[in-house]
Design a binder for this molecule. Structure first.
Ligand code: PDD
Length: 285
């Protein structure tokens, strides 16, 4: 089926949709994005994703775009027009079209706003059932990872390195400490049952799923430590998992070839995944 996508106020067939070659997203990577999951035809945690979009835009002094009600409407309209039951909606917002220059164009330049859907089995994902094998890679990204920019080349390289090693994904390491996954936040469960994930800073993306999972974990009485951990500590952990809008909560079963626990998805990850899916289904709009 040809998808319907959204470009600057218009709903178009995907093969009719175009963006200028002078778009700063293309020329300079001068763009931010968001990804919302869709379950049963409804969107998960749009307030969180829209709030982070505003934070990214503010950090980069990007011009205003649609307000949150309008953004929600475009998301829902795309889900409806594409009859999407389960998958993702991607929002890409660039600083717009201007002659190539390192300096930002003036405020008269309107941003480019593109949204599109992607069908995907989010709940019944094969990776979630069997658990992910991850390798560690040096974190060579820039220093503002809290801004969700489209500059995704290094995460792509890390993912390709994982594939080449026969693994599913990479966890990134800086100064001997895990920052996060190539496109997810990283968690471990210690042998005495504490949940550990790196504290928020400009070193990591402030995951919307991370925040929800921490809240759910607190509600069920888990002890939480927001601090950095080493790959060695992760390898010795009882369990590990990663969170993102696209993978929800996905267990990690080995790190650099070393099996965690009994080498199968752990109980804490499974429980948090179930709780997260239940809450998402209740609250999706
Ligand atoms: N990635 N850290 C990084 C580097 C990410 O790219 C992502 C999400 C996350 C998790 O954030 P959230 O829970 O808000 O999805 C953490 C998205 C899904 C992507 O690029 O496809």
């Amino acid at each position: 089926m040809t998808r319907t996508v959204y470009v600057n106020g218009e709903y178009l067939a995907e093969d009719q949709a175009t963006v200028s070659i002078f778009d700063r997203g293309f020329l300079m990577g001068d763009a931010v994005y968001e990804v919302c999951a869709v379950l049963e035809g409804r969107l998960v945690d749009t307030p969180g994703h829209f709030a982070r979009l505003r934070r990214s835009m503010t950090a980069l002094s990007m011009p205003e775009t649609l307000d949150n009600d309008e953004l929600l409407h475009v998301h829902q309209e795309l889900v409806r027009r594409n009859a999407l039951r389960e998958g993702l909606v991607y929002l890409q917002l660039s600083r717009g079209v201007a002659d190539r220059d390192f300096a930002y164009p003036g405020s008269e330049t309107p941003p480019t706003l593109v949204l599109f859907t992607q069908a995907k089995a989010v709940i019944d994902s094969p990776l979630a059932h069997r658990g992910a094998h991850v390798i560690t890679q040096p974190d060579l990204r820039w220093g503002r990872r809290d801004i969700k920019t489209v500059q995704l080349l290094y995460p792509s390289m890390a993912k390709m390195a994982a594939r080449a090693a026969g693994a599913d994904d990479a966890w990134l390491v800086e100064n001997g400490l895990v920052t996060e996954g190539s496109s997810s936040n990283a968690f471990i469960v210690t042998r005495d049952g504490r949940l550990v994930t790196r504290e928020l800073s400009s070193d990591i993306l402030h995951g919307i799923t991370r925040a929800a999972v921490l809240r759910l974990a607190r509600d069920v009485g888990l002890v939480i430590e927001e601090r950095a951990f080493t790959p060695e500590e992760a390898c010795m952990a009882q369990e590990a998992f990663m969170t993102s809008a696209t993978s929800m909560v996905t267990a990690v079963v080995s790190i650099d070839g070393q099996a965690l626990g009994d080498g199968r998805p752990g109980a804490v990850a499974a429980r948090l995944r179930t709780l997260y899916i239940e809450e998402s289904l209740r609250q999706a709009e």
